[in-house]
Design a protein around this ligand. Structure first.
Ligand code: ATP
Ligand code: MG
Length: 366
């Protein structure tokens, strides 16, 4: 994925972190390589080990097993203030008593940059984050999003080899967060700095990243490009965590998966012997829905259901539909503006899908 000839910027090999609390390991057997200039997002639920992995990459914590290499050297081999790593954390830790420009200049002073160069460089990075002319302001005179951008400028101003971000946008409201995600993307592309971003926001991961790692319970579940992760989740956990998926429980059959005696069309992601217990996963936007009896052309499986709830989301409807024959409930996105009239709560409907859209996994994973 990262180009064969390029040396990796960050490599993790068999990394464990056992805090010795008797609880499960915070990170277990983590391994990946990240190419120079790439933007990686580590995505996972709360407690899955994201921050712990990032702190080991930053060299704040030493793995209890395995190793992490930054530019070919162990992450903790270089003294912290000499590491070429910029960081932005959820709590911004800007210096409130300093001006914006003094905050951004701080890492340059720490690294003994030529004083004659500092003011120009600070202004350049403030312009990069669209805060040109804000240098004399105090931190408390800025909005949350502006403070966020000061933190980014401060992390980048010394031109680190690696930028580490631990949920820096989590505190912002949704609209600002989405704007800042695009800003991150722009700045990262402009500078080409290798970046590792931690989030539990799947949309952010899909929007900003070249690559995504999904973690659960300390273990890497999948490492893939966003579109690949979305289309080809490696297991039910990933299918559940990214996008809105519904699940069918059954056994491997000729057409795909047999659920309650009904053979449903689907596509197995791995070799599964006939009859083994498995799970079918299908995304909300890949199920078609129509009033009962209306045709669903092109679908390989069509079953009857009843709408139990409808959520109006503006540009689309999210329909909850029970399928008594399959003893299942599915969630379906419907984009037809007339949908609200046709698909009232309690309505009888036909739902269907094509074989390629129902992914079949072994039932024991995730
Ligand atoms: N210093 C520590 N000592 C003991 N256990 C810890 C320590 N730091 C983290 N843990 C445990 O390790 C696990 C992973 O924690 P971590 O902070 O990496 O999760 P996270 O994925 O960043 O979660 P969140 O999304 O909530 O920030 C958790 O079970 C946590 O309780
Ligand atoms: Mg965390």
């Amino acid at each position: 994925m990262s180009g064969v000839q390029q040396p990796a910027a960050v490599v993790a090999e068999g990394v464990d972190m056992d805090f010795g609390t008797g609880a499960a390991m915070a990170v277990k057997d983590a391994g990946f390589a990240l190419g120079r200039g790439r933007f990686l997002t580590i995505l996972g639920p709360s407690g899955s080990g994201k921050t712990t992995l990032l702190r080991m990459i930053a060299g704040f914590q030493t793995p209890t097993r395995g190793q992490i290499l930054i530019g070919g050297k162990p992450a903790d081999a270089v003294a912290p203030h000499r590491r070429s790593v910029g960081m932005v954390f959820q709590k911004l830790a800007l210096f409130p008593h300093m001006t914006v420009a003094q905050n951004v200049a701080f890492p340059l002073k720490m690294r003994r940059f030529n004083p004659a160069e500092i003011a120009g460089r600070v202004e350049r990075y403030l312009e990069l984050v669209r805060l040109g002319g804000f240098g004399a302001r105090r931190i408390h005179e800025l909005s949350g999003g502006q403070q966020q951008r000061v933190a980014i400028a401060r992390a980048l101003v010394f031109e680190p080899e690696l930028l580490l971000l631990d949920e820096p946008l989590a505190a912002l409201d949704r609209k600002l967060r989405e704007e800042m995600q695009l800003e991150f993307r722009r700045i990262q592309k402009e500078l080409g700095v290798t970046t590792i971003n931690v989030t539990h926001d799947q949309r952010e991961a899909l929007v900003v990243s070249d690559e995504i790692i999904v973690m659960d319970q300390g273990q890497i579940q999948q490492h893939a490009a966003p579109a690949e992760m979305y289309r080809r989740p490696a297991n039910p956990f990933v299918a559940h965590f990214i996008g809105v998926s519904s699940f069918l429980k059954g056994r491997r059959s000729a057409a795909g998966i047999e659920v309650n005696g009904i053979d449903c069309a689907g596509q197995a992601v791995a070799d599964l012997a006939p009859g083994v217990a498995c799970l079918g996963a299908i995304r909300a936007e890949q199920i078609r829905i129509a009033p009962a009896g209306a045709p669903l052309p092109g679908c390989d499986t069509v079953v009857q259901g009843q709408v139990t709830d409808i959520v109006f989301e503006g540009e689309r409807l999210l329909c909850f539909v029970t399928l008594p024959a399959l003893a299942a409930e599915v969630q379906i996105y419907h984009h037809d503006p007339a949908g609200l009239d046709q698909l009232a709560k309690g309505a009888s409907v036909s739902v269907g899908w094509t074989a390629g859209d129902l992914l079949i996994f072994a039932a024991d994973k995730g």
